[in-house]
Design a binder for this molecule. Sequence first.
Ligand code: A2P
Length: 257
Amino acid sequence: MANFTQERVLDVHHWTDTLFSFTTTRDPSFRFRNGEFTMMGLALGEKPLLRAYSVASANYEENLEFFSIKVADGPLTSRLQHLRTGDNVIVGRKATGTLVIDNLKDGRNLYLIGTGTGLAPFLSVIKDPATYERFEKVVLLHGCRRVAELAYGELITERLPKDDLIGEMVRNQLIYFPTVTRDPFRNRGRITDLITSGKLFSEIALPTLDPAHDRVMICGSPALLADTKQLLLDQHFVEGNHGEAGDFVVEKAFAER
Ligand code: A2P
């Protein structure tokens, strides 16, 4: 267990019967870049039960936050969903991942495309002052089936704009665009369709996607990743990774199926 630290659960929030978030203590030695993930889970007997989880808190925050689905027969999340304040989880000492702004070339506007718990790494990215220093506008797209699944809306629209550190940047540069596919809502439709039809750009009053200016990060289900990636490749966007910065980067949201 030398590669892990034991952390105490500070707070648990259930969004729906399939989604919840929790915060934990953070080991002072745990370092990560905003957008990265780490291994997290429970120390059950000899062998810890772990999954990759994006860190939803920013790297300058005192505590860690995680955003998870609940799967009734999921080995980890069926247990994790019963976490209470004071319980312990184990957290990896190392973090990694592709959804970091260093993996993107300079550009004008940054699009963060997340579906479901794929929002998590972007919560960290939108709290990072460096994100606003590198990009003029930061467009956060969150796609869900149901309105109730649009977690963190209040944080994004109410609390972050008033934040001492990043409030002004958020007010001037962040555009939040939540959309749902299976409920009535002010924004409806799949993110891919909203991009292809151009409806997104008329709604947010920005030019349509252009690899000369725009950068994209994508996090969601394998189907969302495949379709969004193809859409970008068709428009001559180049994928980036740790070795080489590109026009877009991709990571699967870590869900138990
Ligand atoms: P839809 O309701 O039309 O499937 P999921 O919970 O399955 O990960 O889906 C989260 C959101 O992402 C839903 O709004 C869903 O729309 C949408 N979605 C699922 N697959 C794709 C895809 N291949 N391209 C774009 N959006 C997708």
